[in-house]
Design a protein around this ligand. Structure first.
Ligand SMILES: Nc1ncnc2c1ncn2[C@@H]1O[C@H](COP(=O)(O)OP(=O)(O)OP(=O)(O)O)[C@@H](O)[C@H]1O
Ligand SMILES: [Mg+2]
Length: 512
């Protein structure tokens, strides 16, 4: 089946010339002369690609885009705009455009964009036919912890075993592996689940405040202590306290924590009364407490007291088989967010996710998925929705297994991260293209004379022998483009005979 392209433009000449260009490449072209008509046509024919003008009588291209999202969500829309402002570009992408193009554009450029759009459309369709999504166990969803790997199953077993007791638990693992999640799971499954759960991040509280935070203080204990105050241990009586980043505590605080655990009592700062507290401690750290002990930075007795039960969380790269489930879980969590359309990941994109070593573990995966789901155009996250650094970092090893990675990013395809800089001079110039530098940009307010000065100087600089020819070729090309390739009209526009026009077309090998 021929791919279909719907052209929505109120100017018949543009429709005419796009029809010529696109039909010559084998596309089936449909037309609409207004946004309203375009929405109807899109709904009826579900075209692969929709090219739409921004400035039209009736509703604008941007408004049309918003309707197209529901009328034909699988179609890839490309906004054609004469005013390449960042604002329009951002708006276009925000309302779900696949791309935008600044007028006037060459036939080659539009063909390239349409080809990319058709490919993106097909990738999405194909991804939709992928094997049914893996089903995350609904129980996991409630729990908020996912992991079918053997290592994680071991973790869950441990959680189940220790939850019922009051034993102190030390949770270790690299940053972002889910230590806090495990601490909360222990609490939820314990007989203390009716009591409170208080988390204290020892690394985030300044040293002079941590003791007061944990144990409270008496009035006048230090400057600013105008009232007595209960600390977390007291507040948490009957509950569970989560001491996060325990490796970041001073030796003096460590001593007091040890006492609270061992004796079950504390003293407020500046007080001398022993206060009984019934608190279960779950501690966590990403630091290597063994080597800290050797260096004398962590009390050995506290270490043994804390690690009555020790749960070591595996790094994500050691259990990459969990990645698909984690991704599905994360997308499921995002599904309540109306601005996020994506709820699955293409197989090529998933292969990249699984192959990546994830130094920031689950947290890093979560951030990437969130970011990609926001920029994804359809209901499927594709490789091109990933940040460039990530794609480059994962490219070769995975891509090489697949001779033609279907959703590999085109080097020149603008992505959402590039929309800030719509510029016709951003791509590499071909050998007979003239590129204007920043300092001599042509602007609307310039006189024709000034504009010619710049163009003349630029052509002379790069192609000194062919100033006239270069100018002539450009003018002929532009006239042909404007008239949709109509040689009679183009020649009268240029003030030359049709025969001369033909000669110039041959002489400069102009293809249209
Ligand atoms: N097994 C998992 N299933 C689902 N989500 C997870 C899992 N592990 C971690 N996460 C998510 O990843 C993020 C990081 O988890 P968490 O805060 O528990 O890690 P951490 O080990 O405490 O990290 P840090 O050392 O940086 O404090 C959280 O948003 C959490 O919900
Ligand atoms: Mg944490």
């Amino acid at each position: 089946m021929k791919p279909t392209v719907l052209v929505i433009d109120d100017e018949s000449e543009i429709r005419y010339s796009l029809n010529r260009v696109l039909s010559s490449k084998g596309y089936e072209v449909l037309f609409a002369a207004s946004g309203e008509e375009g929405i109807e046509e899109a709904e009826k024919h579900k075209p692969h690609v929709i090219l739409l003008d921004n400035r039209m009588g009736g509703i604008s291209g941007i408004e049309t885009l918003q309707h197209l999202r529901t009328a034909s969500s699988a179609s890839m829309s490309v906004l054609m705009t004469a005013y390449g402002t960042t604002q329009t570009a951002i708006e276009a992408m925000k309302f779900g455009a696949f791309d935008y193009i600044i007028k006037p554009f060459s036939p080659q450029k539009i063909i390239q964009i349409v080809e990319n759009a058709v490919r993106a459309h097909d990738d999405l369709e194909e991804a939709g036919d992928d094997e049914p999504a893996r089903k995350v166990d609904p129980a996991d969803l409630k729990e908020g912890i996912v992991g079918q790997s053997e290592a994680m199953q071991e973790v869950f077993k441990m959680v189940g075993q220790v939850a019922a007791s009051d034993a102190t638990v030390l949770v270790t693992g690299e940053s972002g592996t889910g230590k806090e999640l495990v601490a909360r799971a222990i609490y939820r499954h314990s007989h203390r689940s009716e009591g409170s759960f208080l988390a204290v991040n020892c690394a985030a509280i300044p040293e002079n405040l941590i003791e007061s935070e944990l144990f409270g203080h008496e009035k006048g204990a230090f400057t600013g202590a105008t009232n007595s105050r209960q600390g977390k241990f007291e507040l948490c009586d009957g509950g569970t306290i989560f001491l996060d980043e325990i490796g970041d505590m001073t030796l003096s605080t460590q001593t007091k924590i040890l006492r609270a655990i061992q004796e079950g009592e504390i003293q407020r700062v500046g007080g001398n009364k022993n206060i009984k507290v019934d608190v279960r401690v779950v501690a966590a750290t990403h630091k290597d407490l063994d080597s800290m002990m050797k260096e004398g930075d962590f009390r050995e007795d506290l270490y043994y007291r804390l690690s009555v039960v020790r749960i070591q969380l595996p790094a994500l790269r050691e259990r990459s088989e969990d990645i698909p489930d984690l991704v599905e879980f994360m997308l499921r969590k995002l599904s309540s967010d109306e601005t996020v359309k994506a709820h699955k990941v293409s197989s090529e994109a998933m292969a990249r996710l699984v192959a990546y070593p994830w130094p920031g573990n689950v947290r890093e995966l979560e951030n990437l998925i969130y970011r990609s789901a926001v920029v994804a155009k359809g209901d499927t996250i594709l490789v091109k929705d990933f940040p460039r650094e990530f794609v480059e970092g994962t490219g070769n090893s995975v891509g090489s297994q697949d001779p033609e990675p279907v959703d590999d990013p085109e080097p020149e395809a603008p992505s959402a991260t590039q929309v800030e800089e719509p510029s016709s001079t951003s791509s590499e110039p071909t050998k007979d293209e003239v590129v204007l530098g920043d300092s001599d940009t042509l602007s609307q307010s310039m006189s024709l004379d000034e504009a010619f000065d710049i163009v003349y100087a630029k052509i002379r600089e790069s192609m000194p022998d062919t100033v006239l020819g270069t100018m002539e070729k450009e003018m002929v090309q532009r006239a042909l483009r404007e008239t949709g390739g109509n040689q009679v009209k183009a020649s009268s526009l240029l003030g030359i005979t049709r025969a001369t026009l033909r000669k110039r077309i041959d002489q400069y090998s102009i293809r249209f």
